[in-house]
Design a protein. Structure first.
Lengths: 422, 446
């Protein structure tokens, strides 16, 4: 067992090294590009130095290229798990092995998930097995439980001892209206924004104690500047239609880039969301009236929002342990009327662009080679992931779960060599 | 309702003829009776009966609530409603053996958290059916996911949490109108973290050894009660001891919430110490570590496809658990324990099949469908009436838009005792649940 591990590790290293040295051509697969090229049958993807250089039905292969035959396979961009706590949680409950939010009232908007991420969490290889290559890691509500939760980050699920994180890609607000009451929450929000604008014009107001809405920490004020300038998105977890409308109105007045997360009653005000150009991250399985803010929850939410022209992100499997299931949530959205092409983009290029990443999310020249290889339709549970590349590097698909299976389940021992793509 | 059911000749094992004041041995009886429905035939579908191979291009005829015939070239009685099943699939109605619908309802407001009687470590006296809110919209969502029968369990906050109840997933103003006629009772037990963590404040158990002591004490007490009962000696009726004595006498099945292999082994020894049979371990994340023991002991397992990591005792959950149990000969089932997962137990089965495939093994559709139909029916003691499609069995069935193990499969029509309870071709139907009826938001934004 130990010997095999070593052998595999060595194999991986060699392969990764060869990717560094020589271009790689993935040939013969059905390519779902999530880009303007749409679907390419029996196409070729040429990768060099971690980037996609060319993609198409006919691609010139330079001498010295390592060719990988993917005939019969389907290839997609690596999937993106949006609104995840992967890396922040090893065990969700009762084990002091989770941190998803600030525990101090002093740091709210400034809370930075990058420091909570452990790249050696067992959840990361398991998510890779679902074809997930990046996650938008987002904090949960902080101690005041009512306003800004903190700053999101994009985590690469690449095998690494050091987390590859793009920090501070936006601010998350977990709108728990009951904590303050709506009549206070939105008033607080507006006066917070006014303070941030004053601070942004003249940081001296902080030293002079001239800020009015609350006792600010400097970290929180600084974190919010890109939001009021419209440089980064403010993602709000919200469900009730009336709250969505309030947020759209405030965002429009304040010129804030709003992203709605959850939006169980989004379909009710789909036209308003579409007109405001606000993207929505939907869990397509969210159809229960879990509380009185989502009486209108329905399976048809995603399809109706799409029909109204709203840009969709599909999220699902919010726990760190289920991050690899995002492809199934895309499938569920398709089953409920979202076009397959839209669903594909909703778990790849759309979240990447909304969170400010221009260099991954699609299979197109210039993009990072984040590529998932599938035995068939990537949204079907019966389909197997056969290989995964992040930034052109072939990733291990071996997890702690595989190790447990090998130890205890005879069939897993016999087939252990299948657990690695090589 | 009683009278009508009897007049219609609907088969009721219990119910018809009972006096208004219930007999002590069967209080709170079922009043469920299927409504009349026309003879119906689904023609040309692929039929997974849960008893044999997939039957291609097959007709399934049901009438008076029962499956009449399954095959090709069936002569249909006049007035039969014919449904075109070409390209579609038929399966038995799905059975969820671990649900808290109605006891932890939607909306999940504090006043509706009725599943855990957190007043002590042993609350064997409570019955889940007395907490069930039949208007929980979750029942209707589960119905749209093809679920026709559910075992509703008390929660896992107590060592012995109370009695379970088996219900037909029908719309009703009372739980009595949902109770599966004549289904035996179960008892919910829980080992591990939950009885410790959620124990009533200031009460034991504080530790896993406290859990075991609590179980042993409870069974010792019930032994004496059962002894007297058997001898016909008079004693004051004790609801708590009635349930535990029922476990000892074998009348009540045990559903034991247990994650870790070592704790399941402790529970097996407990069952031997007191001479009762364990019905099923639920959740059982580590069942794969003792698959051979479970097979040899004839203990069933109800679990998920691959949930893990939500607490330490579920840290070793693996996606190959279900297949490993099946391969070892364990009576294997999938359960939901969730108002969301219950709506896609077919996908849970697909995920477990896929894990078997990846390991290079094989689980057929014929095997996988049993995890969510016939196998739970057997453990619940209702397999003679539902859980598979065969002449004479209840016409509890689902017409799927495609292969039920596909993510794209939608339950187009669902029948319970031959009555159509879900119809995707009639989307304008009012919600079944009174709670959702007439809500302005449902008609908004059109």
């Amino acid at each position: 067992m130990r010997a095999r591990f070593l052998f595999l590790a060595l194999g991986m290293a060699l392969h990764a090294a060869s990717v560094e040295a020589d271009p790689v051509a993935l040939r013969g697969a059905r390519i779902l590009t999530a880009d303007s090229a749409g679907t390419i049958e029996q196409g070729t993807i040429l990768i060099d130095r971690g980037k996609i250089v060319a993609v198409g039905a006919e691609v010139r292969i330079p001498a010295g290229t390592v060719e990988v035959d993917l005939a019969g396979k389907t290839v997609t961009p690596g999937f993106i798990a949006t609104d995840s706590v992967i890396g922040m949680v090893e065990i969700s409950g009762g084990s002091d092995a989770d941190e998803t939010s600030s525990a101090t009232i002093q740091i709210g908007a400034g809370y930075d998930v990058q420091y909570a991420i452990n790249p050696l969490s067992t959840t990361i290889p398991i998510a890779r097995k679902g074809g997930v290559t990046r996650a938008i890691v987002m904090p949960n509500a902080g101690p005041d439980n009512a306003t800004f939760a903190g700053q999101a980050a994009i985590l690469s699920l690449r095998e690494a001892t050091e987390a590859e994180v793009r920090a501070k890609v936006g601010i998350v607000w977990d709108m728990r209206t009951r904590a303050y009451g709506r009549g206070a929450t939105f008033v607080q929000f507006r006066s917070d924004l006014a303070d941030v604008r004053r601070f942004s014009r003249n940081a001296g107001v902080f030293v002079k104690g001239e800020l009015l809405s609350r006792e600010w920490s400097r970290a929180d004020l600084e974190a919010l500047i890109p939001i009021i300038k419209g440089d980064k998105p403010l993602a709000v977890r919200v469900d009730r239609a009336s709250d969505i409308l309030t947020l759209i109105d405030i965002a429009s007045e304040e010129k804030i880039r709003l992203v709605l997360i959850g939006a169980a009653e989004g379909w009710v005000v789909a036209d308003r969301i579409a007109r405001a150009g606000v993207p929505v991250a939907i869990d397509p399985s969210d159809n229960l009236p879990g509380d009185f803010d989502e009486i209108g929850a329905t399976f048809d939410n995603a399809a109706r929002l799409h029909a109204a022209g709203v840009q969709l992100i599909i999220r699902g499997g919010a726990s760190a342990h289920d991050a690899g299931k995002v492809r199934l949530y895309a499938g569920m959205a398709i089953a409920r009327g979202v076009p397959a092409e839209v669903a594909l983009k909703a778990v790849t290029v759309t979240p990447a662009r909304i969170w400010g990443a221009k260099d991954f999310g699609a299979i197109a020249p210039g993009q990072n080679a984040d590529i998932a290889v599938w035995s068939g339709d990537p949204f079907e549970p019966m389909t197997e992931l056969t290989a995964l590349y992040i930034g052109g590097e072939l990733q291990s698909l071996f997890s702690r779960q595989d190790a447990l299976e090998e130890r205890y389940i005879p069939a897993a021992r016999v087939s252990a060599s299948r657990t690695n793509p090589d | 309702m009683f009278m009508r059911a009897c007049l219609l000749g609907v088969s009721m094992v219990i119910g018809c003829g009972l006096p208004a004041t219930a007999a002590p041995e069967d209080p709170y009886p079922s009043t469920y009776a299927a409504k009349p429905a026309p003879p119906t035939a689904i023609v040309g579908a692929s039929v997974l009966t849960a008893e044999g191979p997939v039957l291609e291009n097959t007709t399934l005829l049901f009438s008076d609530g029962k499956v009449i015939e399954i095959g090709q070239g069936i002569e249909l009685p006049p007035e039969t409603v014919v449904i075109d099943g070409a390209g579609k699939w038929v399966t038995p109605g799905i059975i969820d053996i671990h649900s808290h619908l109605g006891v932890f309802s939607s909306p999940g407001v504090p006043s509706m958290r009725n599943g855990n009687e957190k007043t002590g470590k042993n609350t064997a006296e409570v019955w889940a059916e007395h907490s069930i809110w039949p208007q929980d919209p979750g029942f209707e969502m589960a119905r749209r996911g093809g679920v026709t029968t559910l075992a509703i369990l008390p929660g896992s906050a107590n060592l012995i949490g109370g009695r379970t109840v088996t219900v037909k997933n029908v719309s009703s103003v009372s739980v009595q109108g949902m109770k599966f006629p004549g289904a035996p009772y179960g008892a919910k037990m829980a080992c591990g973290e939950n009885p410790i963590v959620y124990a009533a404040r200031g009460n034991d158990p504080f530790t896993r050894m406290g859990n075991m002591a609590g179980f042993r004490t409870a069974f010792i007490e019930a032994q004496g009660y059962l002894e007297k009962k058997k001898k016909g000696e008079t004693q004051k009726q004790d609801l708590r001891l009635e349930t535990i004595a029922g476990i000892l006498s074998g009348e009540i099945t045990t559903h034991i919430h247990c994650y870790r292999a070592d704790e399941m082994m402790q529970m097996i020894d407990l069952s031997k110490e007191f001479g009762f049979k364990i019905g099923a371990f639920h959740h059982a994340s580590e069942a794969y570590k003792i698959a051979d023991v479970l097979a040899a002991e004839g203990i069933a397992v109800a679990t998920w496809a691959d949930r893990w990591g939500f607490k330490l005792e579920a840290y070793d959950g693996v996606p190959l658990n279900v297949a490993a149990l099946e391969w070892a000969g364990v009576h294997t089932m999938l359960h939901s324990d969730s108002a969301v997962l219950v709506q896609r137990l077919n996908l849970e089965a697909a995920m477990a099949m896929a894990s078997a495939d990846r390991a290079g093994g094989q689980i057929s559709r014929e095997e996988a469908i049993r995890w969510i139909t016939l196998n739970p029916a057997k453990t619940l003691g209702i397999a003679d009436r539902t859980g598979s499609l065969a002449p004479g069995k209840m016409a509890d069935l689902v017409l799927w838009s495609t292969d039920p193990f596909s993510v794209y499969a939608v339950a187009e029509k669902v029948f319970i005792d031959g009555v159509k309870v879900v119809d995707r071709d009639d989307p304008q139907r009012d919600p079944d649940s009174d709670f959702l009826l007439g809500q302005p938001v449902m008609g908004a934004g059109q």
